[in-house]
Design a protein around this ligand. Sequence first.
Ligand SMILES: Cc1cc2nc3c(=O)[nH]c(=O)nc-3n(C[C@H](O)[C@H](O)[C@H](O)COP(=O)(O)O)c2cc1C
Length: 164
Amino acid sequence: MQDAGAQMITVHARTRAQGYQGPARWEWIARVKKKLSIPVIANGDIVSVESALQCLVETGADGVMCSRGTLGYPFLVGEIDYFLKTGQHKPLPTPIQRLECAKEHLQALYDYKGDRGIQQARKHMTWYAKEFSGAADLRNQLCAIATVQEGMDYIDRAIDGISL
Ligand SMILES: Cc1cc2nc3c(=O)[nH]c(=O)nc-3n(C[C@H](O)[C@H](O)[C@H](O)COP(=O)(O)O)c2cc1C
């Protein structure tokens, strides 16, 4: 791919046969990195600042790509970036900030995909509703929403409950 003109490559270090079973084999990313002169981005099992740092050290990669770790938690990308730039941990988002982000995501999914976006939003919304009292109830409500307004109302009610 490099010889064909690729300017950067991301490697997910699992085989097709492996599926998502077992850990990503970061040592293979290190091998790819050694062979190439273009930037290599590491992917697979990067779910925290710590795993990003460990992966960068183990592979020598030029960057990381996060996937499942961002489900319901897009803040992860900013947290890794912040640590790499400052050496400090970014303050974690509060449950309310996470729910405000869920609302933005819900609206964006609808704007982009219409009713199909609402169906897809159901699972995403439940991934945001975590780690506060009443989160399980909110998850139950969000996994069946039919409209943006319904989702917004449930989330707003949960935010009001946390703020009390
Ligand atoms: C539900 C799901 C959908 C995915 N869809 C795509 C896709 O459309 N294109 C792609 O290149 N990779 C896709 N992937 C693979 C991810 O980009 C990534 O390589 C993989 O999840 C490993 O990273 P992770 O361990 O951080 O999740 C998908 C992964 C999951 C779990």
